[in-house]
Design a protein around this ligand. Structure first.
Ligand SMILES: Cc1cc2nc3c(=O)[nH]c(=O)nc-3n(C[C@H](O)[C@H](O)[C@H](O)COP(=O)(O)OP(=O)(O)OC[C@H]3O[C@@H](n4cnc5c(N)ncnc54)[C@H](O)[C@@H]3O)c2cc1C
Length: 442
């Protein structure tokens, strides 16, 4: 057997899930007949909304088809990043300076929101403002960094630091990049422990959490101001429940129970490997400042050390949402990628591999508001740790009568083209190919 095969795990295994015990949840027979707010989906977004609502004395039930955090929330890299998925010049060009400024400020607010919840609720999830590092895969990418940093400083009064190649070893133990861009404001955490902490906090505040409770159908019974306590009939695998309001927090995993939202989501697979625990001196060499790192490609790699000193290395190795096959193939592709970045890890064993699905939208922007009279937030792409938490609390606020203050509600939410949308993803490999071609020529 070739050497690299024996260094690879054979089955999907998520490192984060081994670091946490999820809180006990409400036994199924306790599903209430009526509730103020029913939330579909128990990830960051649903749990954060539940926490905020319960704290404002609103009765709330979170209905999760699998287990809490089963979706992207327990599968991600735990990077809590500033900015949006789209580069700043595109944001300004598309939405104008005023809106782009509000969006960028919101991205900073999302991180503070996560930090505040973690502090207030005493969540033990290794949150640290360690900063992020973007590394340039081409000289032309690095050449743009000075301009980006100046633009962000000038328009948003936010500091980014350009790291020339000659100093890059102070940031990363790799010689393949052309320089870097550091943002000290970003953070990192253990996402599964954060989910568990959010779930505990929501329960403490009075929210009811129901796992293995799939929402099959939602019927709007009466339109109007929303004062009736039973506007929606929510049919679940554990029985029916009526609710005054519904929040859709199903991320990339939206099902046919919510067809209007599902048509707008582009579900894109992303995969992660994690190595065995590394010796301290080696881990310090690989990431001297323990940053959240990603490269400058469209088809990018992202990586970081875990709190117990493993290299966690992720990327869009296959574009399709996770299956046993894509996970296995991704493990091989990602290990190859990791060794290209870090030849020091050539003989290091990979102990974990897993995959998950990100919720992209056609305009690569987050969206929130109402769809079919229900509140929703989606489209967090690779920024969902912070954004999903923040949007969850904003939706809760809107339900409680707060003014809709997010700069994202006003932008149109495009439907995804057939072939890219949830349930019909046959064209996703073409999109993947397009991004690979872009990476060759830009
Ligand atoms: C591999 C990977 C790496 C990532 N890395 C990062 C990162 O480093 N930083 C970052 O910011 N973001 C990252 N993301 C994105 C981030 O994880 C997501 O944006 C975020 O977790 C979305 O949270 P959510 O609550 O909206 O959705 P999810 O966590 O996906 O939760 C949705 C839940 O809804 C449930 N559900 C769906 N339909 C129903 C139904 N009908 N009935 C009941 N329940 C239902 C699902 O079971 C699921 O658990 C990554 C994602 C992946 C997959």
């Amino acid at each position: 057997m070739p050497q690299h095969d024996s260094a690879m795990p054979i089955h999907e295994k998520n490192f984060w899930l081994e670091t946490v015990t999820m809180p006990p949840v409400q036994p199924a027979p306790d599903l209430p007949e009526n509730i103020d707010v029913a939330i579909v989906g128990g990830g960051f977004c649903g749990l954060s909304a539940a926490l905020s609502l319960a704290k404002r004395s609103v009765s709330v039930a979170v209905l999760e088809a699998e287990t809490f955090g089963w979706g992207a929330s327990c599968r991600n890299g735990g990077m809590v990043l500033t900015g949006m998925k789209l580069p700043v010049p595109i944001l300004i060009k598309r939405y104008g300076l005023y809106a782009a400024r509000q969006m960028f400020a919101a991205s900073l607010e999302t991180i503070s929101c996560v930090e505040k919840i973690i502090r207030d609720e005493n969540i033990d999830c290794n949150f640290s403002r360690c900063g992020h590092l973007e590394v340039a895969c081409k000289q032309s990418h690095f050449d743009g960094y000075e301009e980006s940093a100046a633009l962000v400083k000038q328009k948003f009064e936010h500091d980014l630091r350009v790291i020339p190649k000659s100093e890059l070893r102070t940031e990363i133990g790799s010689d393949i990049y052309f320089g870097g861009l550091v943002d000290e404001t970003s953070a990192g955490l253990n996402p599964a422990r954060y989910v568990a902490g959010l779930a505990n906090a929501a329960q403490r505040a009075g929210a009811c959490l129901y796992d293995r409770t799939r929402v099959d159908k939602i019927e709007l019974r009466g339109r109007g101001s929303g004062r009736s306590s039973a506007r929606f009939l929510v049919e679940t695998s554990k029985g029916a429940i009526t609710a005054r309001e519904v929040i859709l927090a199903s991320g990339a995993y939206a099902t046919s129970a919510t067809p209007a939202l599902r048509r707008k989501i582009i579900p894109i697979g992303s995969y992660i490997i994690a190595t065995e625990i590394l010796p301290t001196d080696l881990s310090r060499e690989l990431s001297p400042r323990n940053r959240m790192i990603y490269n400058s490609k469209h088809f990018l790699y992202y990586y970081r050390l875990t709190p117990d000193n493993r290299m966690l290395f992720g990327g869009r190795a296959a574009f399709f949402p996770e299956t046993e096959n894509t996970v296995r193939q991704s493990a091989v592709i990602l290990r190859r990628g990791m060794i290209t970045v870090y030849p020091q890890l050539r003989d290091t064993k990979v102990e974990y591999v897993w995959g998950g699905t990100l919720d992209f939208t056609l305009d690569v922007m987050p969206h929130a508001g109402k769809i079919d009279e229900m509140y929703f937030a989606a489209g967090f792409a690779g920024h969902g740790v912070a954004a999903a938490t923040w949007f969850g609390s904003k939706l809760a606020g809107m339900i409680c009568g707060d003014k809709d203050s997010t700069p994202f509600s006003a932008i149109p939410f495009p439907t995804a083209p057939y072939g890219l949308r949830s349930g019909h993803t046959w064209a996703l490999p073409l999109a993947g190919l397009w991004y690979r071609i872009l990476d060759l020529f830009t």
